[in-house]
Design a protein around this ligand. Sequence first.
Ligand code: SF4
Ligand code: SF4
Length: 209
Amino acid sequence: MDELHDEFITENMPNRVHMSTSCCQINCGGQADIAINIQHTKPPKINHDLVANVCERPTVVARCPVAAIRPALINGKPSLEVDEKKCICCGACFPPCPPMQINDPENSKLAIWVGGKNSNARSKPTFHKLVAAGIPNNPPRWPEVATIIKKILHVYKEDARDWERLSDWVDRIGWPRFFELTELPFTKYHIDNWHGARRSLNASTHIRF
Ligand code: SF4
Ligand code: SF4
């Protein structure tokens, strides 16, 4: 993102823009106006030798949004197991427990989410919205990601009113216009029509940290 250095020193955006590279695919709307995050395509493989030394197992179990992680005894030692049929490959278990090895340079892609509850000044809390997915994981400079981010920032800068946060701007113009202005392809995969939450979302009363 050093390609955006000029934007940081000229401060010509309509309002502040937070960008995050650490959010997960839960897309709670967590930390930023624009979230660049890893789109995993396979469930985590567990390094059982490390779990006992590195992880607090109840924390990891509670972290999973679909209750796919269970405590287990592996070779007589306390560890964890993942129900791969339930796992949605969100990656949320990796930060509290690095032995949940889900990063995969070959198969993991990148996704960009926009908006969310920390991206507005006037409207009600919302989730991030997926705007681009399946972007190649191309280190060290991730040129495909940089191109999309610069495009989003460019149209936001041109089209938003003074002091309008990114999410408020999208609320005003509407998502169809957002995709039109940014020239990002809108596909059927952008439509959130999942209705399995009642059956599979983790409904425990654990407090998550
Ligand atoms: S749950 Fe995921 S999307 Fe929400 S703040 Fe945490 S890392 Fe970001
Ligand atoms: S937290 Fe996400 S990646 Fe980890 S087991 Fe649960 S659904 Fe799968």
